[in-house]
Design a protein around this ligand. Structure first.
Ligand SMILES: [Zn+2]
Ligand SMILES: [Zn+2]
Length: 187
């Protein structure tokens, strides 16, 4: 059995005590971790107060760091950001109309799967869609979420992808099936 010294309690502990349930290596021993967890539990109010005070004291700095991180992240992952925005816009839309359902609301993996199934093409006009968030919002081929039945919410069974142009042309004028035949007739 291997032993090493815990930097907090300065006692010799078995090496296995420095790993958590998920097998991740941690700085302090199991005993110290449990003790600090108990202490936190008994002093919830005090911990919250300290955290809040720290936050307000470092508000501007933290905000700036966060903004910089977000900027780099969105530059590196424009597609991810675009998809996440689509999901959250759908949630806002549904919530306003009172039919938001958390259980089958669209999510990013779902959109990725849809995009893969459609081979990146608009479901109506079959043109290659633009998925990049860097493009202007009025980009005619921008990928958008299309609800098959406009009276229902953004659930997984009610959503597909189409270009901005087709989405705004169909709007509430035509049904999904009709518009599909108009744009891409299969005789
Ligand atoms: Zn310790
Ligand atoms: Zn289209």
């Amino acid at each position: 059995m291997d032993y090493e010294q815990c930097p907090r309690c300065k006692r010799q502990r078995e090496t296995t005590e420095f790993f958590n349930d998920r097998g991740r290596r941690l700085k302090t021993c199991q005993f110290c971790r449990n003790r600090s967890k108990e202490w936190n539990h008994r002093n919830v109010q005090r911990c919250r107060y300290t955290a809040k005070r720290y936050y307000y004291a470092n508000h501007n700095r933290c905000k700036k760091l966060n903004r910089e991180y977000q900027k780099i992240y969105s530059q590196e992952n424009p597609v991810k950001i675009r998809m996440t925005n689509m999901v959250s816009h759908g949630r806002i839309y549904d919530t306003r109309r009172g039919f938001y359902n958390a259980n089958n609301h669209i999510d990013r993996p779902f959109i990725e799967q849809l995009l893969h199934d459609l081979e990146g093409k608009c479901v109506y006009c079959q043109k290659e869609m633009n998925i990049n968030s860097q493009t202007e919002s009025r980009d005619k081929l921008l990928m958008t979420i299309e609800r098959i039945d406009n009276t229902l919410n953004h659930s997984k069974s009610n959503c597909t992808l189409c270009c901005f142009n087709c989405n705004s042309t169909r709007a509430n004028r035509y049904s999904f099936e009709d518009f599909l035949m108009m744009k891409y007739p299969i005789w």
